[in-house]
Design a protein around this ligand. Structure first.
Ligand SMILES: Nc1ncnc2c1ncn2[C@@H]1O[C@H](COP(=O)(O)OP(=O)(O)OP(=O)(O)O)[C@@H](O)[C@H]1O
Length: 314
């Protein structure tokens, strides 16, 4: 009996990163065909093309392989989240940042990443819902996030870099803060914050001594860090030192885990989602869609990082 050939949709951003993917397309398609896939290829034509293509076409395919940077990841994941049928994903990172790939141990080498798609194992990954949008690994507001989506930075050191930005801003009379009410579980926090980070990523810097530092990508929870507004230069210095040493100072830095949270502010706050501008809002509802997508990863590396996370949690 003849078995149906599996259908693979390959979508890539030809401009992402240094556009190296263009030189490897033929080799990558050949690999998929040799592994018995019928391949349809689509180079993205404009912003949000990946989002709409995935939303419209995902029902027709057994696998969606995509290549690009974190912006393309966000579009593919957002398109997929809007559909009922979600085929397994394969990712070939070709952007300048690729934090999502780092969290999932997907190699930066294009050829190795393509091999992982046909030889790896699917992993069920959490996805963040943010009002009517989605994020794959980070939503952030406040000081530094404006810089983050203008200049590619590795989020791994985001808290350390925030410290340097604060150091630079120390002399400024007015450090922008937001008066916010943050609701999660049965708790309500009301305070002035200068920075907030909601992550689903092992690639974002954690704090030493933060119980449950080990981050899992499929536990249905986000890691939330909020930095309060300093009232004077001494408080500013305490925050900078805490960030540089990655030690939590409970008076100024709040960290917790949550599967859902709501943040209300008396003015519009600009957010970044996966390192790109995500819009400005007075109210945001954020929820964790546990294990919402399946993506091909390296099973051994995923088990190693799970064990590491569990031993850190002790
Ligand atoms: N043909 C195209 N023309 C213009 N913009 C495009 C095109 N295809 C994709 N884009 C947009 O380019 C943006 C950036 O893409 P992507 O994240 O893939 O690459 P990058 O910016 O090089 O990588 P990184 O986000 O890791 O820095 C995305 O928002 C995407 O929608």
């Amino acid at each position: 009996m003849e078995t149906r050939q599996k259908k693979l949709f390959f979508i890539y951003n030809p401009h992402s990163g240094k556009a190296q993917i263009k030189n490897k397309i033929s080799e990558i398609i050949d690999l998929f065909v040799k592994n018995h896939y019928e391949v349809t290829v689509h180079p993205t034509q404009e912003r949000e093309d990946a989002l709409h293509m995935v939303e419209q076409k995902s029902g027709e395919y057994d696998m969606i392989v995509f290549s690009g940077g974190d912006g393309t990841v966000n579009e593919v994941v957002s398109g997929l989240m809007k559909t009922g049928r979600r085929p397994v994903l394969g990712y070939i990172p070709s952007g300048t940042v690729n934090d999502f790939a780092a969290s999932l141990h997907i190699p930066r080498d294009l050829r190795k990443a393509a091999h992982l798609i046909v030889e790896g194992m699917p992993f069920d990954c959490d996805i963040g819902g943010f009002n009517d949008k989605y994020f794959s690994y980070v939503a952030a507001f406040g000081i530094f996030t404006d810089v983050a989506y203008q200049t590619p930075q590795h989020f791994k050191n985001i808290l350390g870099k925030t410290a340097y930005v604060l150091e630079g801003a120390k002399q400024l009379y007015n450090l922008k803060s937001y008066h916010m009410t943050v609701c999660y579980q049965d708790k309500v926090l009301e305070d002035d914050f200068i920075f907030g980070l909601i992550t689903n990523s092992t690639s974002v810097g954690g704090f030493k001594g933060y119980r449950g530092k080990g981050v899992k990508l499929d536990d249905g929870e986000f890691e939330v860090s909020l930095i309060k507004a300093p009232k004077n230069p001494i408080e500013m210095q305490i925050i900078i030192s805490a960030l540089l040493q990655k030690e939590i100072n409970q008076d100024f830095i709040t960290t917790f885990r949550a599967s859902e949270l709501k943040i209300v502010c008396d003015e519009e706050v600009s957010w970044t989602l996966d390192g790109e501008f995500g819009g400005s809002y007075t109210e945001v509802s954020i929820q964790n869609h546990c294990r919402a997508i399946r993506i091909m990863t390296d099973p051994i590396k995923m088990i190693e990082s799970l064990m590491e996370a569990e031993s850190e949690e002790g």
